[in-house]
Design a binder for this molecule. Structure first.
Ligand code: ADP
Length: 380
């Protein structure tokens, strides 16, 4: 009898402790907690969450209120997927999103959830307010954008001045003494080297600017009906011009016109990046092959090289910002920033296309992108 009572007492204490743990979290000023069913009815919500959303607690708990009212229109589809995931796996891993406050403003959040009661479809959601972090991220991006901008202006002047100096050397009087000729020849060589370095730096700064534009959502396309054949031909010709000793093979489809709605400059930039990488990371004596193919509703452009190739993990990670393969043979001669492919992916996805790479270590790589074919009439 004595032992029974002690056991029960302990159990009660444990239960009370467990309840207190959960309550102290729910009553804290740290995070939002809510219990809702998968149809969107809210049954319980803590004060912190209520305050964040700007509604009254009664409004949120009323039968007529639905969770989906807190989700912006553009994320409604994602909400459906989230509900399905919770039901099938029992949990929602932390993911970033946005909630709509009563006054229509948006608040960035990190949300996670777990299924409380499978039969009644009840879930417990936990959220963190990410406003501070997002604001700090934005400030960082704006700073980066400003710095890149400021760096670009003097670079443009330096390039101009080097070109002017080269021109002066070209226009020099023919009657100079031989020592002066030798000296000028050396200066010319040095200026040309400086010119190449400034060009590399200009490209890096340009990439930094582009990536900040992407982050700040100020990256805009100028879409027009275009012939993809022309874009591919011109880009390949430009790259061939820049790398005269390399062999670039071009395989075009029988169609002379492959109509797309695109920003020609940007699509050219994507192909230039693939080609420049292929030329940079593959042996100089191996050909690089560019192919344009047409399928039912999309066109595919691919660049194949005979370089080092990439492992499955590298194939995934090359699309990340600032990622560069650390292995020998993967570093280019002019040290990039690891931004080119991230920018290429963003450009193609803004065109509703896809990017990808097929590769295996030691067997070269094929980087590709697709673009939807335009259906309406188009001029070549
Ligand atoms: P960057 O070339 O400026 O470093 P990218 O985003 O264009 O940046 O490429 C990211 C990384 O992917 C490169 O640093 C390189 O390690 C790897 N990579 C890209 N293209 C190829 C390729 N054709 N073959 C092997 N590695 C490649």
């Amino acid at each position: 009898m004595f032992r029974d009572v002690t056991g029960r007492y302990r159990l009660e204490q444990q239960l009370r402790f467990n309840e207190r743990k959960l309550r102290s979290l729910a009553e804290s000023n740290i995070l939002g907690m809510a219990v809702a069913d998968l149809d969107g009815r809210i049954y319980d919500i803590n004060d912190w969450f209520v305050h964040l959303l700007g509604y009254s607690k009664d409004e949120l708990l009323s039968e007529s209120f639905n969770w989906s009212q807190l989700v912006p229109q553009s994320n409604q589809e994602a909400l459906g997927r989230v509900m399905k995931t919770i039901l099938s796996t029992g949990a929602l891993l932390p993911s970033e999103g946005e909630y709509l406050r009563k006054d229509g403003s948006r608040v960035p959040v990190l949300a996670a959830g777990t299924l409380l009661d499978r039969e009644r479809h009840l879930m417990l959601g936990v959220i963190l307010d990410m406003s501070e972090q997002k604001a700090a991220e934005r400030r960082k991006q704006e700073f980066l954008s400003m710095v890149s901008h400021e760096l670009r202006t003097p670079l443009t002047s330096i390039l101009g001045l080097i070109e002017l100096a080269l021109m002066q050397i070209d226009l020099r009087p023919r009657s100079l003494p031989p020592e002066a000729e030798v000296l000028l020849g050396q200066i010319e060589k040095l200026l040309k080297r400086a010119d190449r370095q400034v060009e590399i730096e200009t490209r890096l700064v340009e990439e930094l600017l582009e990536v900040t534009r992407l982050e700040l959502h100020t990256f805009e396309l100028s879409l027009h009906p275009e012939n993809l054949v022309t874009i591919v031909q011109e880009t390949v010709a430009n790259q061939q011009q820049a790398a005269r000793t390399r062999h670039i093979e071009l395989v075009l489809p029988p169609d002379e016109l492959v109509p797309v709605i695109a920003d020609a400059g940007r699509v050219g930039q994507v192909l230039t990046n693939y080609l420049a990488n292929a030329l940079k990371y593959a042996p100089v004596d191996q050909p690089v092959s560019v192919r344009l193919e047409v399928a039912a509703s999309s066109a595919r452009v691919s660049v194949r090289d005979q370089g080092m190739g990439l492992t499955a993990e590298q194939q995934q990670r090359v699309w990340e910002r600032f990622y560069q393969v650390a292995a020998p043979g993967h570093q280019g001669p002019d040290g990039g920033l690891g931004l080119g492919l991230a920018i290429a992916k963003a450009i193609v996805e803004q065109h509703q296309g896809q990017v990808g790479v097929e590769s295996a270590p030691g067997q070269g790589s094929t980087f590709w992108f697709t673009l939807p074919l335009a259906t309406g009439p188009i001029q070549a």
